[in-house]
Write a protein that binds this ligand. Structure first.
Ligand code: G3P
Length: 217
């Protein structure tokens, strides 16, 4: 399973890339606003750090506007993935941009039928938002299972990019289901390395090591 980080914070991206944990990056207009930086400038910087797909979202809602914005974003770097919303115009833009060779991430997916439409439009990635479904007391991970089954039934090669990930459990469940990618905030990705028994083990090994009076260097 691939790991993408869901942030526009370049320092965090660099940190995770240095740990070999990053296969790509996703951003959205809210994350760009949070960064306080110019959209295209921050995407260009991210694309230099990470070789994999970097999602940059269009803000136009009509087909022609999405195509114009998508083509403009693609000029930033080869690994820019154009992110479009799951609407009829978004699906049209997905089909057209894919025909021109662009990578497209169809976002704001909340149902299996929406995911089916994105696959039929040739999306490179579908982004189902599990956390926001959990927020309204639905089962976000159930949607991932349904999409996995549907895509496997028909051999669609659209990658399932689990988004709106809030917990380590979301990531474990996504891996068990066989999702292709998860995108998560930096803290959630880093949190995967944490275990109280790991910390306790380090502490007791170091205490015993001190007793030997030795040093490695
Ligand atoms: O980037 C899309 C998605 O991951 C947003 O997550 O936490 O705002 O629901 P969240």
């Amino acid at each position: 399973m691939k790991f993408f980080v869901d942030t526009a914070d370049v320092a965090e991206i660099r940190d995770l890339a240095d740990a070999g944990l990053l296969d790509g990056v996703t951003t959205n207009p809210s994350l760009i606003a949070k960064s306080g930086r110019a959209f295209k400038e921050v995407i260009a910087e991210i694309c230099k750090i990470v070789e994999g797909p970097v999602s940059a979202e269009v803000t136009a809602l009509d087909f022609a506007g999405m195509i114009r914005e998508g083509n403009d974003l693609r000029k930033i770097a080869k690994n820019v993935t154009v992110k479009v919303p799951l609407t009829i115009d978004g699906l049209k833009a997905c089909k057209a941009l894919r025909a021109e060779g662009a990578m497209v991430n169809v976002t704001l997916c909340f149902s299996a039928n929406q995911a089916l439409l994105a696959a039929k439009a040739g999306a490179s990635f579908i982004s189902p938002f599990v956390g926001r479904l959990d927020d309204i007391h639905l089962e976000g991970m159930e949607l991932i299972s349904e999409i996995r089954q549907i895509y496997d039934n028909y051999g669609f090669d659209t990658e399932i990019l689990v988004a709106s990930v809030r917990t380590a459990n979301h990531i474990k469940q996504a891996a068990l289901i066989g999702a292709d990618v998860v995108t998560a905030p930096p803290a959630v990705l880093k949190g995967l390395a944490k275990h109280p028994l790991t910390d306790k083990g380090i502490e007791s090994f170091l205490a015993d090591w001190k007793k030997t009076g030795q040093s490695i260097l």
